[in-house]
Ligand binder design. Structure first.
Ligand code: CA
Ligand code: CA
Ligand code: CA
Length: 460
């Protein structure tokens, strides 16, 4: 028989009118007996716009019964840097994993899994870990795992490291992740006193995004593109954008496969939450649904050579992000605060009543608190030479972008988009051959220079 902590009962009894949206800090601090389970469902390259429509079960679990962050971002829109930011709550310039080849630089002591493992949680990771992670190296601070180190190319027979043994897995990867999750939850049954942390990290919808056979012909609706896909005059864009092109036909094929692969992720959510409802009778699971980075469907002509992400434009940097915690997080709410991948780790630590070590100050802001940011730093470092290094300041009103030379500091190009009058980012006011509309960016540039070196509480 589970005994609900008194402070949770109090919140439930008194806050029906307030929709349970009580900021965490006004509640009693988390007690050991009330530490939540933590679940992170992480997709790969799922853009925010136009992808949730094929995920009705995920919308029911996370949107109807949780809070959606409508302005959520990957501070670095690329797999490894973003995953390291999710693990640590830190910008890439602080955790050091600046591209997909440098996962080995992550200090594993700085991760959420290390903090929760040391605090007595059962920990598990199922699915894609880091690109280029040596498959025979076990992921640190997990009690159970089944991981693969590739992107996208996960088919029947791919090698996984399953609890220390490398073996070929024949099951469709998303289904295999769901099966592992259900098994882990079953192993937690009867040990209510020991909370758990579980990451479910799907290969979907990373290209080539092979759908499972039962979704292979599923309808995904017609897509007519958007104004950014049809941007004709790209003379305002940086040189690497101007000469790119992609056909709408190709983008539509990619979209179909991505959406069909997400249908299996929706099945996973249904499977896992169906199991969770049986085992977590106190509904004390803090859950996130999110992607590691966005993905362009041909906006600004970008697609080839890895430019569908890595670039500073909205579909590349924006993420789907939902948070669910019955009795603690408002159901059916949409929040437009600037949220980011770096906010997930400090949110989890706060919910578990833990503090990061002084050696690893977190840059993110807990999503359960009231503190808001006025701007967000976005940063990209050279990854296989595909796109030059850049950094950006993103606010509700504008995005200001600087590109740099090989030294990482020489300014080579700038962009400024008024997001209120130009939400599709069609008109770079700093390079549209109209000096009369140029914004004064001197102070913004100075701030960006400082933000690129920020640490902890000094970060935006
Ligand atoms: Ca990714
Ligand atoms: Ca333009
Ligand atoms: Ca101008």
């Amino acid at each position: 028989m589970f005994h609900q902590p008194k402070w949770i009962a109090g919140v439930v009894a008194t806050s029906a009118v307030a929709c349970l949206a009580v900021p965490l800090r006004e509640q009693a601090p988390a007690q050991p007996a009330s530490r939540p389970n933590v679940l992170i469902i992480l997709t790969d390259d799922q853009r925010a716009s136009g992808t949730m429509s094929v995920m009705p079960e995920t919308r029911r679990v996370f949107k109807t019964n949780g809070t959606e962050f409508t302005h959520a971002f990957a501070t670095t829109p690329l797999c490894c840097p973003s995953r390291a930011s999710i693990f640590t709550g830190r910008y890439a310039h602080n955790h050091g994993v600046k591209n997909n080849e440098s996962a080995g630089l992550l200090d594993q002591e700085s991760t959420v899994q290390r903090y929760l493992d040391h605090a007595g949680y059962r920990t598990a990771f199922f699915g894609k870990f880091f690109n280029s992670w040596p498959i025979r190296t076990d992921p640190p601070y997990f009690d159970r795992w089944a991981v693969f180190p590739n992107s996208g190319l996960v088919s029947a027979g791919t090698d996984w490291n399953v609890n220390g043994a490398v073996r070929a897995v024949q099951t469709y990867s998303t289904d295999y992740i769901a099966d592992q999750a259900v098994r882990f939850l079953g192993g937690s049954e009867g040990s209510d006193d020991q909370p758990w942390l579980m990451y479910l990290s799907t290969a979907a919808p990373h290209v080539p995004a092979r759908p499972e056979s039962d979704h292979a012909e599923a309808p995904v609706g017609y897509w007519s593109g958007n104004p950014a896909v049809f941007e004709r005059d790209r003379r305002d864009k940086p040189p690497f954008v101007r000469d790119r092109s992609i056909t709408l036909e190709k983008v539509r094929m990619v979209r179909r496969n991505q959406l069909r692969s997400l249908m299996s992720v929706d099945d996973l959510v249904e499977h896992v939450f169906g199991t969770l409802e049986k085992f977590d009778d106190k509904e004390n699971t803090l859950a996130f649904f999110m992607s590691d980075n966005g993905f362009l469907w041909g906006e600004h002509g970008l697609y080839a050579q890895g430019s569908q992400k890595r670039s500073p434009y909205k579909p590349s940097v924006k993420l789907p992000l939902f948070m669910r915690w019955p009795a603690r997080v408002e159901a059916g709410a949409a929040r437009n605060r600037l949220a980011a991948n770096i906010d997930v780790a400090p949110t989890i630590l706060g919910a578990a009543g833990l503090q990061p070590d002084d050696a690893y100050p977190m840059d993110g802001i807990p999503l359960l608190g009231d503190r808001l940011r006025e701007r967000l730093l976005l940063e990209h470092y050279v990854d296989l030479g595909r796109i030059p290094e850049w950094a950006a300041t993103y606010t509700h009103e504008y995005e200001y972008i600087e590109y740099y030379g090989d030294d990482g500091s020489t300014l080579t190009f700038r962009e400024y988009y008024d997001l209120e009058s130009d939400p599709w980012q069609l008109d770079n006011l700093l390079f549209d051959r109209d000096p009369a509309n140029d914004p004064d960016v001197a102070r913004i540039a100075e701030q960006l220079d400082a933000d690129r070196r920020c640490i902890g509480a000094a970060c935006p």
